[in-house]
Design a protein around this ligand. Structure first.
Ligand code: NAP
Length: 289
């Protein structure tokens, strides 16, 4: 790969939000494509992407320009990725590699199989913030972060995709889609749902009692991701409901253990509960998260 011979000729990024916009910025910064074309429905995201030089051209929807692409990246909420696969198939060249960034994988991968989209590779960057839209896109978002790919078959251009992701700073890991959804339900989806649950629980009470002014840094830290777009989490839950339900049940079991120890004033069990959580937290490699 040289400046004159970039990895890809034309990359189309559909969804110029936090993830799609940040990736487009990195693709331009590292000159990984001759041309980057963005697709976003809102004028605001399209204008901002052009202003920040994340893309060379923008369109409000897919059309014949997609046939020029050798890589198409779908970076919209999960349910719309599922719908977009058919549309992309209609426009894209049969040799073009198609990938996505959705936070759940099995339904997306299954849909690609169902419509015989052989050139599809599922993807999920384990990176992000609570912010959304092109205005929040940032450089270095993927630096030293994991990027899971769920390859099946032997799609053309797959090694180039891996090189692109490594060039933007990510560590590429491969995993079957089903395993991805099981693992991510516990380590990512559950914590996000708990953030919303906590915000709703505290919000409800404190609004009634007007006592939110007494909140401190624990509430701030623990509800940070509840500022993420609701549409994104609705789609993750709809597409990974079974695995998320299991994680929620595990969480409820832990709450029951705590509640029982509290009701019984069981000092040792309460201490065990807190020490176990503290041990887990201390063992986390925070620099890698
Ligand atoms: P975002 O900032 O809200 O961006 C999503 C973009 O998709 C929006 O800018 C929107 O642009 C477009 N969009 C929304 N709904 C759409 C629809 N129904 N049809 C077509 N386009 C639509 O969200 P994001 O954080 O970048 O998330 C994008 C994807 O990345 C999601 O699948 C999410 O699960 C995944 N992901 C997110 C994170 C994270 O931490 N945020 C991390 C890893 C993976 P227009 O309104 O202009 O079309």
């Amino acid at each position: 790969m040289t400046k004159k011979n970039p990895l890809f000729n034309q990359i189309v990024v559909v969804g110029l939000g936090l993830i799609g916009g940040s990736l487009a910025l990195e693709i331009k910064r590292h000159k990984l494509a001759r041309k980057v074309v963005g697709v976003s429905r809102s004028k605001q995201n399209r204008k901002e992407a052009l202003r920040r030089k994340a893309v060379d051209e923008v369109y409000p929807k897919l059309s014949s320009f997609v046939s020029e692409a050798d890589l198409v990246i779908l970076a919209t909420p999960v349910e719309s990725i599922i719908q977009l696969l058919r549309e992309v198939k209609q426009w894209a060249s049969p040799q073009a590699l198609i990938t996505d960034v959705g936070s759940s994988k099995l339904q997306i991968v299954n849909e690609a199989k169902k419509i015989n989209l052989k050139q599809f590779v599922g993807g999920h960057p384990i990176a992000g913030t609570e912010n959304s839209g092109m205005k929040s896109a940032e450089l270095n978002l993927f630096k030293n972060k994991k990027w899971i790919l769920t390859p099946s078959g032997n799609p053309l251009g797959y090694s180039k995709l891996k090189l692109l992701l490594k060039t933007v700073g990510a560590e590429v890991l491969e995993m079957p889609a089903q395993e991805h959804d099981q693992v991510l339900a516990a380590v990512s989806h559950l914590p996000n749902i708990i953030a919303y649950t906590l915000a709703n629980t505290v919000g409800e009470k404190s609004r009634r009692a007007k006592n939110i002014r007494f909140a401190g840094s624990s509430l701030k830290g623990m509800t940070r991701v509840a500022a993420s777009p609701g549409e994104m989490w609705r789609d993750v839950c709809l597409s990974n409901g079974k695995e998320i339900s299991k994680s929620v049940a595990d969480f409820q079991s832990q709450l029951k253990i705590f509640q029982k120890a509290l009701t019984q004033k069981d000092s040792q069990k309460l201490l065990n509960f807190f020490e176990l959580g503290k041990k887990f937290r201390n063992e986390l490699d925070l620099k890698k998260l």
